[in-house]
Write a protein that binds this ligand. Structure first.
Ligand SMILES: [Zn+2]
Length: 147
């Protein structure tokens, strides 16, 4: 904190202070996520520019990484539940090349899905029957294989 004393903004020359406030967001991998309102970030009192030092950057990364994983789990669960109303999990696992039971682990929240898998699930969940037919066609399944 004392390192901030007397530091001035390189944009406008204003004083830099530690500011905790809601409404800030940060990108972590595929997502823009809220930065916790309680986190103090060196911020120019005049122009509002944020001057993120190494310690603040590391703190933001830890918080956003945790939020990112939680969000991936929640989004995977939501997409799987929507798809499962129209297509069995077993069929979906076979189409996506996943081991049997993996989707149940995801809905139970005891695995961390990859952003790639969550992307696929999100797209399939928008029109499950149609997307699954397209995947079966893509992989060369005949209709009797799909049962
Ligand atoms: Zn400034």
């Amino acid at each position: 904190m004392s390192k901030l004393k007397g530091r001035r903004c390189a944009e406008c020359g204003g004083m830099i202070r530690l500011v905790a406030k809601p409404g800030r967001r940060g990108r972590y991998k595929t997502m823009m996520l809220p930065i916790p309102a309680s986190l103090k970030i060196p911020t120019c009192a005049s122009c509002g520019s944020e001057w993120i030092d190494r310690a603040t950057g590391a703190a933001i990364d830890v918080l956003l990484e945790r939020a990112f994983r939680g969000e991936l789990r929640a989004r995977a669960k939501d997409a799987i539940e929507r798809i499962a109303k129209q297509v069995t999990k077993q069929r979906l696992e076979r189409l996506l090349g996943l081991s049997q039971g993996y989707l149940s682990h995801l809905t139970a929240g005891d695995r961390d899905p990859s952003p790639e898998l969550v992307s696929q699930l999100a797209l399939i969940a928008r029109a499950p029957k149609q997307r699954v037919r397209e995947l079966e066609d893509f992989w060369g399944w005949k209709s009797k294989d799909a049962a």
